[in-house]
Write a protein that binds this ligand. Structure first.
Ligand SMILES: [Mg+2]
Length: 131
């Protein structure tokens, strides 16, 4: 088994599986005895709260300002942290309550594929049930 999330570990997307992320988040949480705080409701609240923190970075920003934010190293670091905060809650939820995120994602993409077929929705952001 991999020894993820101990001092000196270095994760990157191209070399890390979802299972490894689950394991890392599990180890982190169990070392702190946080299972007791991680009910489905609390984890969903955590994901939502962190998503709001991500949103706040872009609140009231124009297209031009958002472009600048994405070029700024400090802002990028902040965005990365908020993305990770959201992901950690989602991964922790899946890990604790037995969801396979890859299967769920594949299933959702397949459903969306039939709701949003390429012909008819390419270049369009309208909702599937809007005319
Ligand atoms: Mg945060």
């Amino acid at each position: 088994m991999f020894a993820i999330y101990s001092e000196g570990d270095f994760l990157e997307d191209s070399k890390t599986t979802v299972s490894e992320l689950k394991y890392a988040v599990q180890r982190f949480s169990e070392a702190r005895d946080w299972d007791q705080f991680h009910s489905p409701k609390e984890l969903a609240i955590g994901a939502s709260t962190e998503a709001a923190e991500l949103l706040e970075i872009f609140r009231f920003k124009t297209e031009k300002q958002m472009e600048e934010i994405l070029k700024d190293e400090k802002q990028r670091e902040r965005i990365g942290e908020e993305l990770a905060d959201v992901l950690v809650f989602l991964v922790r939820f899946a890990q604790m309550y037995g969801f396979d995120l890859s299967r769920s994602t594949e299933s959702k993409l397949k459903k969306n594929e039939s709701k949003y077929p390429v012909e008819g929705f390419r270049g369009s952001n309208r909702k599937y049930d809007e005319p």
